[in-house]
Design a binder for this molecule. Structure first.
Ligand SMILES: Cc1cc2nc3c(=O)[nH]c(=O)nc-3n(C[C@H](O)[C@H](O)[C@H](O)COP(=O)(O)OP(=O)(O)OC[C@H]3O[C@@H](n4cnc5c(N)ncnc54)[C@H](O)[C@@H]3O)c2cc1C
Length: 420
């Protein structure tokens, strides 16, 4: 076999591609020829944005139920074989990244995503993994066990094993433009793929006056209801009101995958029911009644300011046609307090749509997990591996998506190690 044939070419130098290269490098030191082909001017561009620049790289509680995939059983087996323990061991003891926990969320102790990108970058460079930057792979074919990979600049690369690690469709400015499906379609007439869609995204609404809350964050809960009023998903955490007049924040993003599916299946009456207090309506009723005794003379906005954000009191009372800066708390009767409490704890937002791919944090869809073997090798396409967001497996916020990138990459590296 000529020297110009790489043992493995990884297409895409994002989280999954870099980790796969690092795992291969750890196994083989510099004895084999590995190459990353990356479309962008540098590797790990999306990884550098993660966790608001702090990189929530995994979670001590990696629960398969927090993912959406076409093959939940295989996901369980993948995460059991390579999960939080194996990942944190590799980061701390091989890549030299000190980790720190915030609850179950795991970050580099520097709280800088560049620490993670650099650790991967330095390790693969130390082990002579080659990198071609600014080369977007346009086509791929296979003959007699050798893959021929061609880039937009007209260059051709040959490999015995190929890993598709091109990510999904979100934040396309980082280089992830959904190429996996196009490349896979070139290799088989029946690609086992599900179209990419945004997940972990915002939800839009045209509810009157909601834009006044733009930028406001509060801790609460969201329940997602379908058009028949059935609860289809729920989550708790931060709710953020967007400047476009919608809702986002961690708990809204966590239910957005379900919302996208309902909307795209033609449900025009999806609703998000927000608890803007994190408490029950009964508790809020009691709290307001106590304040009515203590601060009866104050305006509602002033009297409630110790327990509610002023803009939220104003917005919710406006829905009741009441002016919170004109009425005193003694003006509110029990019935009105009960209505206010109910609204604060179950505010219904009709969902008109969802944030596009450029605003979403992760994609659903990709190569079916059920069409990959236990080492992420495409069934019927020996030597071809698919990892990371290019696979139909997406999780909620909290380090689950990067954990999938590390898990799938490590399992692919294990499979490739048997083939080279
Ligand atoms: C703002 C933001 C914050 C996030 N925060 C977190 C977080 O804190 N925790 C968490 O778990 N997840 C987080 N995620 C999700 C996480 O970043 C992704 O799930 C993860 O990066 C996916 O890794 P990947 O390697 O599969 O894809 P990517 O990281 O998208 O990498 C794909 C790479 O392939 C390259 N590429 C694409 N097509 C080609 C081609 N044809 N030829 C050559 N190269 C190509 C791209 O340029 C890119 O570098 C966040 C996402 C975003 C957008």
């Amino acid at each position: 076999m000529p020297n110009s044939v790489y043992d493995c070419i990884i297409i895409g130098g994002g989280a999954a591609g870099l980790y796969c290269a690092a795992r291969l490098a750890k196994t083989f030191y510099s004895n084999k020829r590995f190459l990353i082909i990356e479309a962008g001017p540098r590797v790990g561009r999306k990884l550098a944005l993660t966790g608001s620049g702090r990189c929530n790289l995994t979670n001590t509680d990696i629960d398969p139920d927090k993912y959406n995939t076409d093959d939940p059983d295989k996901l369980v087996s993948c995460l059991n074989r390579y999960g939080y323990t194996e990942t944190s061991d590799f980061y701390e003891n091989v890549l030299g990244v000190v980790l720190e926990k915030k609850g179950s969320l795991v970050y580099p102790s520097t709280y800088k995503s560049s620490t993670v990108v650099d650790a991967l970058r330095f390790f693969i460079s130390d082990h002579s993994v080659e990198t071609e930057l600014k080369e977007r792979v346009e086509s791929i074919s296979e003959e007699k066990g050798i893959f021929e990979i061609r880039t937009g600049s007209g260059r051709t690369f040959l490999a015995r094993n190929t890993v598709i690690a091109t990510g999904g469709i979100t934040y396309p400015s980082t280089g992830s433009t959904g190429d996996a499906l196009r490349l896979l379609e070139q290799l088989t007439e029946e690609p086992q793929v599900i179209p990419f869609k945004p997940a972990l995204t915002s939800l839009t609404s045209d509810i009157s006056g909601i834009k006044a809350l733009a930028g406001i964050r509060c801790r609460g809960e969201v329940k997602l209801l379908d058009g028949n009023g059935a609860v289809k998903d729920q989550s708790e955490g931060e709710i953020l009101f967007t400047k476009e007049g919608g809702i986002s924040g961690i708990c809204v993003m966590d239910v957005s995958d379900t919302a996208v599916r309902l909307i795209d299946n033609g449900d025009t009456a999806v609703k998000a029911v927000l608890n803007l207090t994190g408490k029950s309506a009964g508790e809020i009723f009691q709290m307001i009644c106590i304040r009515r005794q203590m601060y009866a003379h104050r305006t509602c906005a002033d009297a409630l300011s110790g327990m509610l954000l002023r803009s939220i009191t104003e917005f919710v009372m406006k829905q009741m046609n009441l002016k919170c800066d004109k009425m005193t708390l003694r003006d509110l009767n029990d019935k009105q307090i009960a209505e206010l409490s109910n609204l604060l704890c179950a505010f219904t937002v009709p969902v008109t749509g969802y944030g596009a791919a450029d605003k979403a944090q992760v994609s659903s869809g990709g190569f079916r997990l059920s069409a990959l073997d236990d080492n992420m090798q495409a069934v019927g396409l020996p030597g071809l591996y698919v990892i990371g967001e290019a696979v139909n497996c997406n999780g909620i916020c909290g380090g689950y998506n990067l954990q999938w990138a590390w898990t799938s990459a490590a399992l692919a590296a294990e499979g490739i190690a048997r083939n080279v």
